[in-house]
Design a protein around this ligand. Structure first.
Ligand code: PMT
Length: 245
């Protein structure tokens, strides 16, 4: 070596070198790395200091997406609701609990080139959270208020809108129809639908099978077949890189 060190050496595999070169050139513009933001996991909406309403999400799909983006060279921020998962240090992890906190963290981390909303955000919060633990009683009426739709907010944000805004749709029936409705209603560029009634995929599973619904492409939808959530994420990120170049 130039530094004077000697001994047996081995060049990295050419495919690894090619991948690194691709990663360098395909995930930057004007010498700046592409920036990505991912939301993941559920949110907790407190009723009183000890009880909350939540959604059924482990965060696995979102964490895998953040890992795939970072692996490909994106400067990645992961905004996560409560999960038991860990993430590598190269990813900027912001932990939140409620939908309001997820919204603020998202606003604080724009602008980005691509934003992916895989979180299962609770649609409602308690209109007025009880300050003390509610005593046991026969009936309890809760007054619920709609949470801000973070995906819709970002898609319609004129000055800070990412070039690519991607939402997810967790569906149990009429999956294509519901996903396409969400694509239009939320003004995003892609909606990725998954069938959460199938116990082998979706919530908490390590596996998934998804369909990407595109707004402005010749092909309207594309199915990514059953595989690990890490593999699904790699395939999604390859398509994101194509779209941004
Ligand atoms: O976390 P896992 O166990 O791995 O499971 C993965 C998953 C099933 C949670 C994930 O793949 C998925 O489908 N995430 C979206 C779940 C969902 O709640 O979708 P939705 O149909 O309610 O919402 C549609 C889109 O709007 C989503 O991108 C959601 O993040 C977004 N949204 C919804 C409400 C809200 N207040 N703000 C939002 O940003």
């Amino acid at each position: 070596m130039a530094c004077g060190e000697y001994g047996e050496g081995k060049m990295s595999d050419p495919s690894v070198i090619a991948e690194e070169v691709d990663k360098y050139f395909l995930t930057q513009k004007n010498n700046k790395k592409f920036k990505a933001l991912v939301t993941a996991g559920p949110t907790n909406e407190y009723i009183d200091p000890v009880r909350f309403i939540t959604n059924k999400s482990s965060g696995k799909q979102g964490y895998e997406l953040a890992k795939s983006l970072s692996k490909k060279g994106f400067d990645t921020t992961l905004i996560s609701g409560p999960t038991n998962l860990e993430i590598t240090k190269d990813i900027n992890l912001i932990k939140v609990e409620t939908a309001d906190e997820m919204l603020v963290a998202t606003q604080e981390n724009l602008p980005v080139d691509v934003a992916i909303f895989s979180a299962a955000v609770a649609d409602f919060k308690i209109n007025k959270k009880y300050e003390n633990k509610i005593k046991k009683q026969e009936n309890l009426n809760l007054n619920l208020e709609k949470n801000v739709d973070i995906l819709h907010y970002v898609s319609n944000h004129n000055s800070m809108r990412p070039e690519l805004v991607i939402g997810f749709a967790a569906e149990t029936n009429q999956i294509d129809k519901n996903a396409e409705e969400k694509l239009n209603k939320k003004s995003c560029d892609w909606i990725i639908s998954n069938d959460v009634s199938n116990k082998d995929i979706g919530f908490n599973s390590d596996y998934n099978e998804v369909t990407i619904h595109y707004k402005n492409k010749d092909i309207k939808k594309e199915k990514l077949s059953y595989k690990k959530k890490s593999g699904i994420s790699d395939e999604i990120v390859d398509r994101i890189i194509d779209q941004l170049n």
